[in-house]
Design a protein around this ligand. Structure first.
Ligand code: TXA
Ligand code: MG
Length: 314
């Protein structure tokens, strides 16, 4: 549904009644529910088939509202001022009298908060008057949706309303930064680059967690799964594979090719990634998808993270 003022009011009415609404953000589409309502949060886990130990991101219209549910230290305040609204999620200690459902946080003493840089998402949050829990609007483990059509194809039966805001500008999920430990740590590379974060607050750690166990519970899972297997780092084209290319020099040989960015721009590659993976995955007649190398800098880190997880076969 086009996000007219009437549609936004209807979305808010549904959300206040505990129903689920899919809405656009600048990163990917979210499956939103009232973050203060255990039943709505349970419905999100059920709709996605998501394990209950994997906590959800809670979305706010502004930092003042987020401070009611999470404890902001100096670093969090700096980052919020610098990068919100935008594709950055902060993992912070839960505030003592916070409103967020414990289920949304999977029982942890932290809460993941973000302010999306999308007029429709923020208009809905304001109209609801409550924070919204919103994971990516895809079945658990599948490729994230960057258009309303993607949502309708995979989760249509589980949502009361899909607000169509067109294709997502960033195309990969937010960067998840944990500020609850002794040092800031990136738990998930995403739409805000490590370079930008480090320019604002200095060096940040990788997610090594305890004994190598990732601290972001969702990160242990195979994710972004395509039906076809992926062959990463491909430098040649083969007739039995679809080719996901990157840059101006595309090897010959493949019969179907989509190019993440003909100019070799990692930002453009991130915006195209999920839609192109979906499109190649449904060509049907191939044994796999060959993916050309994408440089490991800026948004390329998030792109490569998603590709590595999609390539994981279990
Ligand atoms: O861009 C995005 O972040 C999108 C849009 C809709 O906002 N949302 C999204 O949510 O990607 P989801 O649920 O697909 O991914 C949330 C990630 C998971 O890896 C989860 O484990 C982590 O954030 N997370 C959430 N709460 C956490 C917490 N308290 N501590 C550690 N990790 C947390
Ligand atoms: Mg997701």
């Amino acid at each position: 549904m086009s996000p007219s003022p009437d549609a936004i009011a209807e979305a808010a009415r549904l959300l206040r009644a505990g129903r689920l609404v899919a809405l656009p953000t600048e990163t990917v589409y979210g499956l939103a529910g009232d973050a203060t309502d255990d039943r709505a949060v349970a419905a999100i886990f059920a709709a996605k088939g998501r394990p209950r130990f994997n906590p959800l991101i809670v979305h706010y219209a502004d930092t003042t509202d987020a401070r009611r549910d999470a404890v902001f230290g100096g670093t969090a305040e700096t980052l919020a001022r610098r990068f919100w609204p935008g594709p950055l999620t902060l993992v912070l200690p839960r505030a003592p009298n916070g409103r967020v459902s414990l289920l949304a946080c999977a029982g942890l003493d932290t809460v993941a908060v973000r302010i999306p840089d999308h007029a429709v998402a923020r208009a809905v949050i304001v109209a609801v008057g409550r924070p919204l829990a919103a994971p990516s609007a895809n079945p658990s483990g599948a490729v994230s949706p960057t258009s309303a059509t993607h949502v309708a194809e995979s989760l249509g039966a589980h949502v009361s309303l899909i607000l169509d805001g067109g294709p997502c500008r960033v195309g990969v999920e937010s960067t998840v930064l944990d500020l609850s430990g002794p040092r800031p740590a990136i738990l998930r590379p995403g739409g805000l680059t490590r370079e930008e974060i480090e320019a604002a607050i200095g060096p940040v750690a990788e997610d090594t967690g305890v004994d190598g166990a990732p601290r972001s519970p969702g990160r242990t899972l195979r994710h972004y799964a395509t039906r076809l297997p992926l062959r990463l780092g491909a430098l040649d084209g083969r007739a039995d594979e679809a080719l996901l290319a990157f840059g101006p020099r595309v090897p010959p040989g493949a019969r179907t090719t989509l190019n993440l960015s003909e100019t070799g721009d990692v930002i453009e590659a991130a915006a195209n990634l999920f839609a192109m993976l979906r499109a190649l995955d449904r060509t049907g007649e191939y044994a796999g998808i060959a993916v050309m190398p994408v440089p490991e800098h800026g948004l390329g880190r998030a792109v490569n993270d998603r590709l590595r997880r999609a390539a994981e076969r279990s």
